[in-house]
Design a protein around this ligand. Structure first.
Ligand code: SF4
Ligand code: FES
Length: 256
């Protein structure tokens, strides 16, 4: 069997290039070689300037997201052998984010979205039990546990056609994160999160339920499901807010 495969890698250097370009490499591959290993081999033996992001090498840190033959993938858990029949692998940056260099993208827009939904338990004057931890039943935990599996890899944002045309769209993982806390019985921060989710143009209503975000998610978080679940609660919250604001302004008119 011929164990040589062509790998075309997207290159971009902000100081030298007007736009990304493609560089081809031929490598000898082995059965256990991941895409991340292949990039490392290229960096060690052919192109030391090649930049890409990684850390854990085991689908935990979420930092090695890239586009492999057109599909958002984690480089550490995607294997060269699965492309042997095709004979060629193309690797690109997740270009729904600003590209910093080669395969490295700017994660700040994603971090800002996560922060906007208050990704922590909001406690409004609840007193925890004095003599024990704040326990949850298995049923209470089951409501949000799948959403805690997110590793913030951003593959769902690369898959989302709405993020591509509306970069400020809150998007799948941040909504899943919001629902992770909204469904937690220890939390009191739902209302503020639904306000963010209901924002015109950037909130969850921009989602057209293509569902590709859930298809590419390596942790089976089902962010598309979380967005649809959010919509069922966000709509009444939005309606009640309008009624509340209307009543408030009527009261102020009467007083003036
Ligand atoms: S929801 Fe899935 S695809 Fe999206 S960031 Fe989390 S782990 Fe990655
Ligand atoms: S290197 Fe950590 S998820 Fe791939």
């Amino acid at each position: 069997m011929n164990n040589t495969i062509k790998i075309e890698v997207m290159r971009y250097h902000p100081d030298r290039d007007d736009k990304p370009w493609v560089q081809a490499f031929d490598i000898e591959w082995t059965k256990d070689m991941s895409i991340l290993d292949a990039l490392q081999l290229i960096k060690d033996e052919q192109e030391p300037e090649l930049s890409y992001r990684w850390s854990c090498r085991m689908e935990v840190c979420g930092s090695c997201g890239m586009v492999v033959n057109g599909v958002p993938k984690l480089a550490c858990s995607t294997f060269v052998r699965d492309y042997a029949d095709v004979g060629k692998i193309t690797i690109g940056a997740m270009d729904n984010f600003p590209i910093e260099k080669d395969l490295v993208v700017d994660v700040q827009p994603f971090i800002d979205k996560l922060e906007s939904v208050n990704p922590y338990i909001v406690n409004k004057n609840r007193q925890p039990p004095k003599d024990r931890e704040n326990l949850q039943t298995p049923a209470q935990l089951a409501k949000f546990k799948p959403l805690t599996m997110c590793i913030n890899c951003m593959l769902c944002y690369q898959a989302c056609p709405q993020v591509a045309i509306t970069p400020k769209f809150l998007g799948p993982a941040a909504t899943a994160m919001a629902m992770r806390y909204n469904l937690d019985n220890r939390d009191d921060g739902n209302h503020e999160r639904y306000e963010v989710m209901n924002k015109k143009d950037t909130g969850i209503w921009a989602c057209t339920f293509v569902g590709y975000c859930s298809e590419v998610c390596p942790k089976h978080v089902d962010p598309a499901g979380a967005v649809q679940q959010a919509k069922t609660v966000a709509l009444p919250v939005w309606g009640l807010d309008i009624i509340r604001k209307k009543k408030k302004s009527e009261k102020q008119e009467q007083l003036s």
